[in-house]
Design a protein around this ligand. Sequence first.
Ligand code: UTP
Length: 299
Amino acid sequence: MAARIRKAVFPVAGLGTRFLPATKTVPKEMLPIVDRPLIQYAVDEAIEAGCDTLIFVTNRYKHAVADYFDKAYELEQKLERSGKLEQLELVRNVLPPGVRAVFVTQAEALGLGHAVLCAKPVVGDEPFAVVLPDDLIWNRGPGALKQMADAAEVSGASVIAVQDVPREQTGSYGIVATDGFAARQGRIRAIVEKPSPEVAPSNLAVVGRYVLNPRIFALLENTTPGAGGEIQLTDAIAAMLTEEAVNAYRFQGTRFDCGTHLGLIEATIRFALDHEVLSDSARQLMQNALSELGVADLE
Ligand code: UTP
């Protein structure tokens, strides 16, 4: 058995160009899915997996993320005084007791690999998680990161979340080749960043959940800028494969790519239809919208 992960890194220092102009002032991670921002779903998943130290890699424009996790004294007082206790609980429970948030700055957006490297002084010498909040993963059972942390604790190897994608989409993802799968896991033989469908070694795409051994930091320090002039996490993982086992993990759950307009819309629809209070009304709204537009009924 290896050490259980306790720390999760959330790289949120990207520019979010696909959501401009909204992301001119609102970080992508603060966009809401029904009633919570994307970052809250990611944090909840990490806490469920056993993490008590949440490390946010931000930039100087992303005060909103730090403010969100800070204590809001005035707001809490007002809610308390006006008897809005349910809302007060929501505001207070953004982070449960015993969980701490640490903020690290990435001075320049030099890539995901570089953002992860910025967390090195806080992570230290232990296995840790990386969670990309714009990959929202929904599962009725244990969350994707908990599934992966359980697997990593048994094997001691780094674990990377993967998902089968249509072959024509390989150019949008890191793609892995494995030695085959036992249950949900397979040892990775190769990893390539955004290969075209003709040269992709498989259609198994990396999605935004990783459990990494701290060796990755030394490898990132030696990684030179790759695709797009950025320091790629994929390149450091490729170097890791030559030294130790890294497993791909086909998680149970549905992933929404909330880094794209359609993914955000899809997640909103799904979470609304599954919402304990809003689901009936949301369904009615969707049916009304479809019939007003002359599109076939949902039934
Ligand atoms: P993306 O590739 O989605 O980039 O980054 P982005 O800037 O967030 O969005 P677009 O493509 O411009 O719309 C993947 C993850 O890596 C983080 C992002 O915040 C996101 O969580 N990232 C990326 C950093 O933290 N720093 C970087 O330098 C680059």
